[in-house]
Write a protein that binds this ligand. Structure first.
Ligand code: ADP
Ligand code: MG
Length: 698
């Protein structure tokens, strides 16, 4: 159960009270509701219907589409049940025809009571015309002819979890709607007029008491209004955080260029135009006394690390500290090794703080951070754990930022004091997503990859030809190539015709007896994972079979073959990320996508996008087109905000309006004290974003 936030106004108490207060909701139902993320009345309101039931009164309109949900007046003829376990059959007459009502899991005496023989009743349910006589299984309404009006012509349909019925949800929602307190309009009246939006209360009512399918459409004014409310609340939160971020001014960082030039001279390559451009933009941000808040986007292998390192050295040149944050221990270690070897004789101290450091070692490192002895500090989110104090942190770089949640990011920004913030991302993020996640973050993009990079040859091959793949693999393995083999599952599951990582691993071991092959999967402890990964990095393994845990930017230049089994199970962007694990060295690399023999033409077309292009931005655009909203980048798992009504990939215009309106409001009424500001506070309470209000104090 969620905690009650301090500061929730009393008028919301009833709406936010536990759903168990509703008559008839016991622990069982509560658990089922919890599975849908519902514990309070308010949560119910956010449950968007997935469709609607339109009942056709066949006494008035005659037969309807087959099968359809109907309302019909019947005369009960007879009731029978073969044995105690079998369904109960009720034969009825409906105008001149016979209609059978079938009851599964009902008690005979109950059915007899509610459908007395010889009497008229009005029933409703889905009619099965294929049967003869026509049947209705488990009618959803049975009422007296005089109560016909009690059966709704149109009803929303909700997603169910085990143990819940539509009827229960409908009833519970009625109560939830009644508990919405009086709230003033929080949106700009001219916007509401222009869009012809209903009030929030009316929008909720039309969502949960729709009169037709139109009302439930994503494009309906009610849905649009609610989507906007959600975006708007979120943007208000971001705008408040931003104004706070701004209030705390940064410091101007101007390096003398000594370390940076030394680095650039020692590189075995020239920086690309895009890298130089990004460096220039970051430098300008660092020089300004506003805090930098910049996202550096570049496809896998585009060379973001060196750009980050240049920024880090710029901070170091002024005597300040810089932190580089990675999402996993192994990646942190890799960054540490790269950075310390590149800056070997620079006379600066690079420190690796591992989440696993304990006791004296940990204390010593924390002391070095506090005294400023450590200048470049590399690690996972342990860098911002309690007890870690920086002497003079000027820059925090967060690698693969989408792996961190929004809350975690805010905490970095918080703990960072005055530090500039640079986020690195290999995942091209659509502008709508950037807006919803960060508000007005500046973006630098590395569009091109280093020129000398050999393209990764990609082939999509049906599973039945796996033998050829293995034959080819054999000769590559004999040439000392290291291979990634990715499977979508850890263990076999019924109904899937591809192999799990574990069974693939043992098959490969049988086939290549003299090769060193191991399996890595997400269920292993992170120590174990790191150890295994390290073995692969060090060349102690020939094939690393794994689930998608290797997705994050580990650099193994010697690995030049990537095989992805059950490729149709992955999104294109994800496949591209996986593919990016190879092609980092000077060998020609290849990626083989194995797909199910039963894959559709559609699937093959989709996979073909990867064969055609190596450009991550292009690929994510295609992915978006094919899959629509939602699943891109595995958004859910990756810390991007999720919305109940809004679809951030298709509602860009709405998000932009929400952003500009939110900004305008927070600029003119930063403490939310005007009439509209106060109304907006209600919205924040409803959306449970009142924690943003805490910012207003500081
Ligand atoms: P990512 O953007 O995925 O983090 P990295 O920063 O790890 O990519 O860079 C991938 C590889 O490319 C590294 O081995 C790096 O040394 C190399 N690299 C970076 N910039 C260039 C460049 N301009 N020319 C050639 N190689 C480069
Ligand atoms: Mg990287």
């Amino acid at each position: 159960m969620k905690e009650n936030y301090f500061g929730r106004p009393e008028k919301f108490f009833s709406l936010f009270s536990s759903i168990t207060n509703l008559k008839g909701v016991g622990p069982r139902t509560a658990r089922s509701l919890n599975n849908l993320g519902i514990s309070r009345f308010r949560d119910l309101l956010l449950l968007a219907p997935i469709g609607g039931i339109h009942r056709v009164d066949i006494n008035y309109f005659g037969e309807h589409k087959n099968p359809a949900v109907v309302i019909a007046e019947v005369i009960v003829l007879s009731i029978s049940q073969k044995s105690r376990r079998s369904p109960i059959k009720v034969k009825t007459q409906q105008s001149s025809k016979i209609l059978e009502l079938i009851f599964f899991n009902y008690r005979l005496d109950w059915v007899k009571k509610i459908l007395p023989e010889g009497q008229k009743r009005v029933i409703s349910g889905k009619i099965e015309h294929q049967m003869f006589p026509s049947q209705i299984i488990n009618p959803d309404y049975i009422v007296l002819p005089s109560e016909r009006i009690k059966i709704p012509i149109f009803e929303p349909k909700y997603p169910l979890s085990k143990g819940l019925s539509q009827k229960f949800l409908l009833n519970a929602l009625k109560h939830a709607l009644d508990k919405i307190p009086l709230m003033q309009e929080w949106l700009d009246p001219s916007l509401v007029r222009e869009k012809k939006w209903p009030s929030f209360q009316n929008a909720m009512a039309s969502l949960h008491k729709p009169s037709n399918l139109e009302d439930l459409n994503n494009r309906s004014v009610a849905r649009q209004r609610l989507a906007f409310d959600e975006f708007y609340a979120h943007q208000i939160g971001l705008a408040i955080a931003r104004s706070k971020f701004r209030r705390r001014r940064g410091v101007s960082i101007i390096g003398n260029g000594i370390l940076v030039n030394k680095l650039i001279r020692s590189l075995r390559f020239e920086l690309t135009f895009c890298q130089l451009e990004a460096v220039r933009e970051i430098k300008a941000d660092m020089q300004s006394s506003n805090r930098m808040n910049r996202l550096l986007q570049g496809d896998v292998g585009s060379g973001k690390t060196v750009v980050a390192l240049i920024s880090i050295l710029t901070a170091a040149e002024t005597g300040g500290q810089a932190a580089l944050l990675a999402p996993t221990e192994i990646l942190a270690l890799q960054h540490y090794e790269t950075v310390s070897s590149l800056t070997k004789d620079f006379g600066i101290s690079v420190l690796h703080l591992s989440g696993r450091d304990k006791g004296g070692v940990k204390e010593k490192k924390i002391r070095q951070i506090a005294t400023g002895e450590a200048q470049i500090i590399i690690g996972t989110h342990s860098l911002f754990q309690e007890g870690v104090q920086y002497k003079n942190l000027m820059l925090a770089v967060i690698d693969e930022q989408h792996r961190f949640g929004v809350k975690q990011r805010i905490s970095f920004a918080e703990k960072g004091g005055y530090a500039d913030l640079l986020l690195l991302s290999a995942t091209p993020i659509p502008r709508s997503l950037v807006l919803t996640s960060y508000g007005d973050m500046n973006i630098s993009i590395i569009k091109e990859k280093p020129r000398d990079r050999l393209p990764i040859r990609t082939a999509a091959i049906p599973q039945r030809k796996v033998r050829h793949v293995l034959d080819r693999l054999e000769s590559s393995l004999n040439k000392k190539t290291r291979v990634f083999w990715v499977c979508p599952l850890i263990e076999e599951k019924e109904g899937h015709n591809f192999l799990s990582a574990e069974s693939r691993c043992s098959l490969l071991k049988d086939r290549f007896k003299d090769k060193r092959i191991k399996v890595l999967h997400g269920r292993m402890k992170s120590d174990e994972k790191d150890l295994l990964m390290q073995e692969f990095v060090d060349g102690k393994l020939d094939i690393l079979v794994s689930t998608t845990v290797i997705e994050v930017g580990v650099d193994v230049p010697e690995a030049s073959i990537m095989i992805i089994e059950g490729a149709e199970r992955f999104g294109l962007a994800q496949l591209h990320q996986l593919r990016g694990r190879v092609g980092r060295g000077d060998r020609a690399s290849s990626c083989i996508l194995l797909y199910s023999d039963r894959a559709s033409l559609e699937t093959k077309k989709r996979l073909d996008v990867l064969r055609r292009t190596n450009d991550g931005f292009e690929i994510s655009k295609e992915d978006l087109k094919i899959r629509g909203h939602g699943d891109l980048l595995g958004v859910q798992q990756s810390g991007f905000p999720t919305f109940h009504f809004g679809e951030f990939t298709s509602n860009l215009a709405l998000i932009e309006t929400a952003w500009s309106n939110a900004r305008a409001l927070v600029d003119t009424d930063p403490d939310l004290v005007t009439q509209r500001g106060l109304a907006v506070k209600d919205l924040l309470h409803f959306m449970e974003l009142e924690s943003c209000l805490e910012y207003l104090k500081g």
